[in-house]
Design a protein around this ligand. Sequence first.
Ligand SMILES: [Zn+2]
Ligand SMILES: [Zn+2]
Length: 277
Amino acid sequence: MTDTDHVTVRFWGVRGSIACPGPETAQFGGNTSCIEVLCGDGRIILDAGTGIRPLGNSFERGAPVDADLLLSHTHLDHIVGMPFFGPAYAEGSSLRMWAGHLQPAHTLEEILCAIMVAPLFPVPMGVMSAAKTFNDFRAGDTFSLSCGAEVRTCPLNHPNGATGYRIEYDGHSICYITDTEHVEGSHDENILTLIDGADVFIYDTTYTEAEYPAHRGWGHSTWEEGAALAEIAQVGTYVPFHHDPSHDDDIMAGIERAAQDRYKDTIVAREGLTLTL
Ligand SMILES: [Zn+2]
Ligand SMILES: [Zn+2]
């Protein structure tokens, strides 16, 4: 049974920088960025961090996938799971991949293929049976996906660039804003415009405000800045995301309580979290 007018958002990887599995991160999870957005029959995947492996494993063995893969950018933590996405090797699969930060110096095909090259990886990307398209656009562009979703984008403040996304489907809206650094004393107008009134606002909250000064220029933001943006843009649910690998479950639980005090409708991203709109 399919539900054509519902959107489901499922979190498969919520960490930034590097995977950090272990007992101290078991509750929130140790996989890097990967979110599945189901729009009726359509499937969108946000980033291909290590979380895309369990996403792929949720498919029946050998079953094909038909999906649009929207990449925030191509730092390793957001693409390293790609070679381990099982359904990409299944006959009949179709993957449409998108990135907005590479032109004109690079193409998405060039960069994704570059991690599947000997001696970094034993087989090239061509071994994947999926029909693949590589779509380079410019952050700020708007486009439509075959599932009927409309996608708006904006450039983010991150070394080598990154793209923020707003996905609209059947009156629902999800914003995926990672990786990005705020400018102290002001709010990012590009982001505020993109997330205005969104149902779900996922934001790079790698650091706390107290940790931030030691990481200025690293391209990441704080949960406090995310809460301020959520408040101004009046979003439905604020979802802190891209957790620092050094933040264990106790730290994350503390961040969630503090963030909920600042913006009531806050749920910190954790593996297995599913939001239905
Ligand atoms: Zn990252
Ligand atoms: Zn990055």
